[in-house]
Design a protein around this ligand. Structure first.
Ligand SMILES: Cc1cc2nc3c(=O)[nH]c(=O)nc-3n(C[C@H](O)[C@H](O)[C@H](O)COP(=O)(O)OP(=O)(O)OC[C@H]3O[C@@H](n4cnc5c(N)ncnc54)[C@H](O)[C@@H]3O)c2cc1C
Length: 471
């Protein structure tokens, strides 16, 4: 079988070598044409179409160690798939041995210590489901089908970030299979340099097999949801967002977005496909306080739809799932912002009016609070000056529309870049963004990351990521 080596050579991987690997694994192994192969090799973004030489669906740490050793022995290119949600398709690579972690989805919660141990193949929804049994939650992202591993290794933000920081700030330990196929622990007390790099530096240092998250009391009921207005109301609604977000208590996270209205049952049929402005809110404190905190949003102007209500926290965590299905074509451009300026709001309105697809959106996420209070050198994630995230989120269905949709995102981004902190989110970088964008994402941490890489992966076994060159 044809396969690629780490240094880019095309080789013939002998069938008996593959058979030998298969026999040593507990989980199944797939090769092109076989059952399971297509499901593993495809990722959330259909723009990405790569074909690994083989897929090992690992069923435990032993399988991961065996695969890393096999890749080393045969100098094979290795890629790792968590939730497969990375927009640049970093989970998959042509001719590589793919470690598909999707069978490793166990979650163990210790309610007394308020810690959850999650296997690295978990999706966000897996962790929320188990932690909510105890009225607890980890700081995770907005879409429940996203993988915890990629999200956490790149930083991670969601409705709880304003209170407790980046997802990676809340990690208390990780289990990692290193480039020499050893299992190690990374925490403040053990291999602290590795722990520093794993919290934001991407999957550069090993295969993470388990993550321990500090949990916080949240829910089971919160006040959360969306209120929408016609786009003609956008100047007033975005001004409301700007002022409200600047004063909002940390329990309240506000997200503003503009897009063509989706065909959602809570929006009037005659508005479907028409441009709207919406505020998404989640108050993670008590529902009574939450109702007071969102009253201004609910009573503002003449909304066309309002589903900002008391609801289970776990439901809030999957509220946006239907808007982000696997299998569409996606292209994003993104920046961190230090504040929301009136001039930026004007640009949001201008570029939202030019969206060429029914599925795309301009989104402003609020993330300020706890993450700003830690020292810049706390962990590799950095960007401690980020207070909002701007995402120009292009989403469409047909390959023939690629050019128009990519051009829209790029044009809007170059027109709005001047509002940036200069930093960008590593997990939102697309395939065509080069080393200068990785630098914008990792900033001052890059030198130290290169040292950590040199210590833990000097031969750059883990290179199908936002790669850091060992020094
Ligand atoms: C619809 C959608 C919503 C999103 N919402 C948010 C959000 O609210 N907040 C947020 O912060 N981000 C969000 N993101 C971005 C998300 O954090 C990244 O896409 C992230 O890479 C997804 O992780 P994954 O495990 O699904 O990715 P994958 O594509 O599986 O992997 C991404 C990278 O991580 C590496 N990796 C995966 N598993 C491991 C492992 N076990 N060990 C070592 N390396 C590993 C892969 O090799 C690859 O380099 C969202 C993305 C999408 C598509």
């Amino acid at each position: 079988m044809r396969a690629n080596t780490m240094d880019g050579r095309d080789i013939d991987l002998k069938q008996d070598a593959l058979d030998g690997l298969k026999m040593r694994l507990r989980g199944p192994m797939f090769t092109p044409g076989g059952v399971g192969y297509e499901e593993s090799r495809t990722v959330w973004n259909t723009m990405i179409d790569r074909k690994p030489a083989g897929v090992a669906r690992c069923l435990g740490i032993g399988d991961v160690m065996t695969c890393v050793q096999f890749a080393r022995d045969h100098e094979l290119l290795l890629c790792i798939k968590g939730g497969g949600h990375n927009i640049a398709g970093l989970a998959t690579a042509d001719g590589a041995l793919m470690l598909d972690m999707s069978l490793m989805r166990g979650v163990w919660v210790d309610p007394l210590r308020r810690v959850a141990h999650a296997q690295a193949g978990c999706l966000l929804g897996d962790v929320d489901r188990e932690t909510q049994v105890h009225g607890l939650a980890a700081v995770l992202g907005f879409v429940s089908a996203t993988g915890i591993a990629g999200l956490t290794l790149g930083g991670g933000f969601g409705y709880l970030t304003r209170r407790w920081g980046w997802t990676s700030d809340t990690v208390v330990g990780m289990d990692v299979v290193t480039a020499d196929a050893r299992l190690v622990r990374a925490s403040i007390d053990e291999n602290a340099d590795l722990f520093w790099g794993l919290r934001g530096g991407g999957g550069n240092f090993g295969v993470v097999t388990g993550i321990d998250y500090a949990l916080q009391p949240v829910g089971p009921e919160v006040v959360g949801g969306v209120v929408a207005w016609p786009a003609s109301e956008a100047p007033r609604v975005l001004e409301l967002y700007r002022t409200l977000a600047a004063e909002a208590p940390p329990e309240l996270t506000l997200v503003a977005l503009m897009r063509p209205a989706p065909p959602a049952p809570w929006l009037p049929k005659d508005m479907h496909g028409k441009p709207i402005v919406a505020l998404l809110a989640c108050y993670s404190g008590t529902p009574e306080e939450g109702e007071k905190a969102v009253a201004t949003v609910k009573s503002f102007g003449h909304p066309i739809g309002d589903v900002l209500v008391r609801r289970p926290y776990a439901q809030m965590q999957s509220l946006l799932d239907a808007t982000q299905p696997k299998g569409r074509r996606y292209y994003w451009k993104s920046e961190y912002l230090p504040r929301i300026e009136p001039a930026l709001c004007a640009k949001v309105i201008e570029h939202a009016a030019r969206i060429p697809s029914p599925h795309s959106a301009v989104v402003l996420f609020q993330i300020d609070g706890a993450l700003n209070r830690l020292d810049g050198a706390h962990s590799a994630v950095g960007n401690r000056d980020a207070r909002y995230v701007l995402n120009l989120a292009g989403s469409w269905e047909q390959a023939g529309d690629d050019q128009a949709n990519i051009a829209w995102a790029r044009t809007a981004w170059s027109d709005m870049r001047s509002f940036s902190t200069g930093g960008t989110y590593i997990n939102f970088l697309t395939e065509d963004e080069g080393p200068e964008r990785t630098e914008a994402a990792l900033g001052k941490g890059l030198t130290r990351l290169a040292e950590v890489k040199a210590r833990w992966d000097p031969q750059n076994v883990f290179r199908t990521n936002r790669n850091i060159t060992p020094t």
